[in-house]
Write a protein of this length. Structure first.
Length: 103
């Protein structure tokens, strides 16, 4: 059995980002203003509940948003290069390649 089976890997690009930084990058690529607004957890959960999410799902999605805001995007790892032998693509390169998804 492979030593890599049944493992979760934290994959990142070559640098860390904030959601405000992602919005700025998209603003430049789209040539229009993109904003990011971090809602308080209670407001976030209320919005999910307001569109029909169960309390469990609203809590889960609110927690995921907080996790990304607090830590997930602020980290960079060497996992992609260790696993593939190739450096990870930058977020900027990925956004350029997939910009049609945001138009």
């Amino acid at each position: 059995m492979s030593t890599h089976s049944q493992r979760a890997y934290h994959l990142t690009g070559p640098r860390s980002w904030t959601m405000l930084g992602v919005a700025e990058e998209l603003s430049g690529l789209l040539q229009r203003r993109v904003t990011y607004h971090q809602r308080p957890a209670t407001e976030h959960a209320q919005r999910w509940s307001g569109i029909g999410a169960t309390e469990l799902l609203a809590d889960l999605l609110t927690g995921m948003d907080l996790m990304y805001h607090e830590s997930a995007l602020s980290e960079s790892t060497f996992t992609v290069e260790q696993m593939t032998g190739k450096p990870p693509r930058s977020l900027s390169d990925w956004l350029i390649e997939n910009i049609s998804l945001y138009r």
